[in-house]
Design a protein around this ligand. Structure first.
Ligand SMILES: Nc1ncnc2c1ncn2[C@@H]1O[C@H](COP(=O)(O)OP(=O)(O)OP(=O)(O)O)[C@@H](O)[C@H]1O
Ligand SMILES: [Mg+2]
Length: 328
């Protein structure tokens, strides 16, 4: 019998397709991960970019923020689970907004955790490449891909860190967010053994009432401590705006969509005259300012990505942002 031809080596992961994949990570809950991915992707899509959101959360707040919970796009994470189990490319739900596709999270992701535990026991940490393998074949269709990571479920975060090119890390200015950041720093270092391209794009101050330099300096120091000497903190922060946040999640609208609705709502005195219930159901006018914060952050983020891509060679810090190159 003639000898069998040598088997083809398994196809590698197309890292090129994942160069604009950003994981939104902080082990601490409630620091703005979901609000940021939804609003950034929503604004980019509204500006004409093709965007994909991948939700790794069992509670799937993204479905609330984008208003698709219990609708046809909401498979509660079943598609994502099947892809990872079978190793088949993800099949995003198209057009949650024009230009914005989604791979939904939800209760079905509960099964992903034990599956990953047993795979890691069999294959070692290489098993965390499972998301990269099923995301890469579709990521090239998009200008930007965001992965919304869960709090505390480190095994799912490890999947995201093995797939992404960049980490973006929201934090509040209180101690909790900063502790979460330190935990991310540890997982980031481990993930780079599998995914050497992974870089820290930066930290973003979320729901802050303060523009004070002292607060910013403290957060910068915490990022430095967590990530070993690099201190990228975005200049733009997202302001504290509780009513706008409540309106957004209740109505399934993004800040820039609320901004348009606020502009269209009748003046309060006209609403009163027409018996519209006074101020009870009126949208908070702060939506416009919050939308402006997300817009500024989006511009900052794109500018950074472009600069990184243009100066892709000659980096002394692997995965570093170009503005860190000159930093000793
Ligand atoms: N600008 C804002 N100011 C104040 N609160 C906000 C703002 N934007 C969103 N929120 C609220 O903050 C809370 C946490 O936000 P979000 O769900 O985005 O955080 P998260 O990090 O994704 O949380 P989790 O870790 O539980 O997934 C939510 O209740 C949200 O409505
Ligand atoms: Mg969330």
């Amino acid at each position: 019998m003639p000898p069998l031809p040598p088997e083809d080596p398994p196809p590698g992961i197309d890292r090129e397709a994942l160069t604009r994949t950003v994981a939104m990570v902080n082990d601490k809950g409630g620091v703005g991960k979901t609000s940021l991915v939804a609003n950034l992707a929503g604004q980019f899509a509204a500006a004409g970019y093709r965007c994909l959101l991948v939700d790794l959360n069992r509670q799937a707040n993204l479905a609330d923020d984008l208003g698709f919970r219990d609708g046809p796009a909401d498979d509660r994470g079943a598609g994502l689970l099947v892809s990872v189990v079978a190793g088949t490319p993800l099949r995003p739900v198209e057009g949650v907004r024009p230009g914005l596709d989604v791979v939904a999270g939800g209760a079905r992701l509960v099964d992903l955790v034990p599956l990953m535990v047993s795979r890691v026991q069999e294959q070692g940490r290489e098993a965390f490449l499972a998301l990269a393998e099923v995301l890469a074949p579709v990521a090239g269709d998009y200008d930007l891909v965001f992965i919304d990571c869960p709090p505390e479920t480190t095994i799912l975060t490890d999947l995201a860190l093995a797939a992404a090119r960049w980490v973006l890390m929201p934090t509040k200015s209180d101690g909790g967010g900063l502790v979460g950041m330190r935990l991310v720093g540890e997982r980031f270092a481990l993930a780079r053994e599998l995914n050497p391209d992974l870089g820290l794009l930066g930290a973003v101050l979320f729901a802050t009432g303060s523009r004070s330099r002292v607060v910013h300096a403290e957060v910068r120091e915490a990022v430095e401590e967590a990530f070993g000497g690099h201190s990228p903190l975005f200049t733009t922060s997202i302001r504290h705006a509780e009513r706008t946040a409540q309106d957004a999640r209740r109505l399934g609208r993004l800040a820039h969509e609320l901004e348009q609705e606020v502009a269209a709502q009748p003046a309060w005195w006209a609403a009163l005259r027409e018996g519209g219930g006074g101020s009870a159901r009126r949208l908070s006018p702060t939506a416009a300012s919050v939308a402006g914060d997300y817009r500024d952050l989006g511009v900052e983020l794109l500018t950074l990505l472009r600069a990184t891509e243009e100066s892709a060679t000659g980096s002394t810090i692997p995965g570093a942002r170009p503005d860190q190159e000159a930093t000793p």
